[in-house]
Design a protein around this ligand. Structure first.
Ligand code: DSN
Length: 417
């Protein structure tokens, strides 16, 4: 994208931005939580909206001059409510973790009990991990996945809920490849007297496109980021039932944040408009079709996937399945040398440490944005297999890097189209 003034003012930052644009263009991004925002979203992000302080909410600000930003925030709220079918939306959270902390503040007291998915089975650090604020302020317990199926077992969730008696039951994950039964979670919450929160940061785009069931009808609170399958700017959002609206708004501001980032809210509004287009539904369906194609290609080559496959945008590869010697850190480095970018990840019941886990996580949202389809996923499966089976040998990496370069040239990222 043209950045003429930046080039004049600050050549160093300009060069770094150009380098990052080139890095993205010349690599295949399989990080399941990343995507490429549209040029329209990027333009809203770099607008004058960044200049405005607007503590408070539309019509109730602590600063003058908020007439226009009131309109943009209200537009964003209205679009979020309409698309998700939600009673209330708060679009101010700066991040998904912030959105989660705000929900806890809205409905819990310090020391209250949370029941959430174990990080080692695919949960998230803001779901009560001791090194996160959520684990220091609240008392977290976990459910996991079954040993045999590596899927969530709702009977286990119910029995955990009966034992723990959580104030809040949390569904949602950052490394779980199967459909989450939100209706069943809501049932467990109702039977154990807990409020129900769903964190759909990873699958929000799939939910909006109706290719994954929505938790909105069932949950007291739904949190999300806006930059993963959602494909908007980096940020967060909370949807809730109307009865929680006031508490949610107070928890976001002044509870955990000061002024909202109006340029980001404008960009969230743009992304929501894009998500309402029929083409976004096709995009979301293709994300899943691509994930299934990549999963099939890897499985056919002998790589075992956690739970045997995927229903959504991601998969976890059990690296022990073909070769007990490989760990996720090596796999990440070898693939990265050929410009295939993914992240090492623990797998359920992993005996290895997080720094050298037994898995890698692969996701298709970013490649699907570039227009890639099933045939490209099949090629990718062959390249990943070649590199891992060859333990990152230089010749294979160099050959795959050339193939990757050719593929990237044919599928530009939105910023360079
Ligand atoms: N860091 C994100 C992910 O990669 O899944 C979750 O916040």
């Amino acid at each position: 994208m043209a950045l003429c003034d930046l080039e004049q003012t600050d050549r160093e930052v300009y060069d770094l931005i150009c380098r990052e644009e080139q890095r993205q263009q010349h690599s295949l991004n399989l990080i399941a939580s990343e995507n490429h925002a549209s040029r329209a979203v990027l333009q809203a992000l770099s607008s004058v909206m960044t200049d405005k302080y607007a503590e408070g909410y539309p019509g109730k600000r602590y600063y003058a001059g908020c007439r226009v930003v009131d309109d943009v925030e209200q537009l964003c709220i209205d679009r979020a409510k309409a698309l998700f079918g939600a009673e209330h939306a708060n679009v101010q959270p700066h991040s998904g973790t912030g959105a989660n902390l705000a929900v806890y503040m809205a409905c819990l007291k310090p020391g209250d009990r949370i029941l959430a998915m174990d990080l080692s089975c695919g949960g998230h650090l803001s779901h009560g991990l001791s090194i996160n604020m959520s684990g220091q302020a609240y008392n977290a317990s976990y459910y996991g996945v079954r040993h045999d199926t590596e899927m969530i077992d709702m009977d286990e969730v119910l029995s955990q809920a009966r034992k723990v008696k959580p104030h809040l039951l949390l569904a949602g994950a950052s490394a779980y490849s199967r459909t989450i039964d939100f209706a069943a979670f809501a049932d467990v919450a109702a039977r154990s007297g807990a409020v129900f929160m769903a964190d759909i940061a990873h699958i929000a785009g799939l939910v909006m496109a109706d290719v994954h069931p929505s938790p909105v009808p069932y949950a007291d609170f739904v949190t999300t980021t806006t930059h993963k399958t959602h494909r908007g700017p980096r940020g967060g959002m909370i949807l809730s039932k109307e009865k929680w609206a006031k508490k949610v708004d107070q928890a976001v501001f002044p509870g955990i944040q000061g002024g909202p980032q109006m340029h980001c809210i404008a960009a969230k509004a743009v992304a929501l408009k894009e998500c309402a287009e029929p083409s976004f539904r096709q995009y979301a369906a293709q994300i899943i079709a691509n994930a299934k194609a990549l999963a099939a290609g890897l499985t056919a080559r002998g790589w075992r996937l956690i739970s045997g496959g995927t229903d959504n945008h991601l998969m976890l590869v059990d690296l022990r399945s073909r070769d007990g010697e490989i760990d996720g850190d090596q796999a990440q480095r070898w693939l990265s040398a050929a410009n295939i970018i993914c992240n090492k990840n623990k797998i359920p019941f992993d005996s290895r440490p997080a720094t050298h886990p037994s898995g890698i996580r692969l996701g298709t949202p970013a490649l699907t944005t570039r227009g890639m389809k099933e045939p490209q996923m099949e090629m990718l499966a062959a390249w990943i297999d070649g590199i891992l089976a060859g333990h990152g040998d230089e010749k294979t990496v160099a050959r795959v890097a050339q193939d990757v370069a050719r593929l990237c040239d044919n599928y530009p990222i939105p910023a360079v189209r």
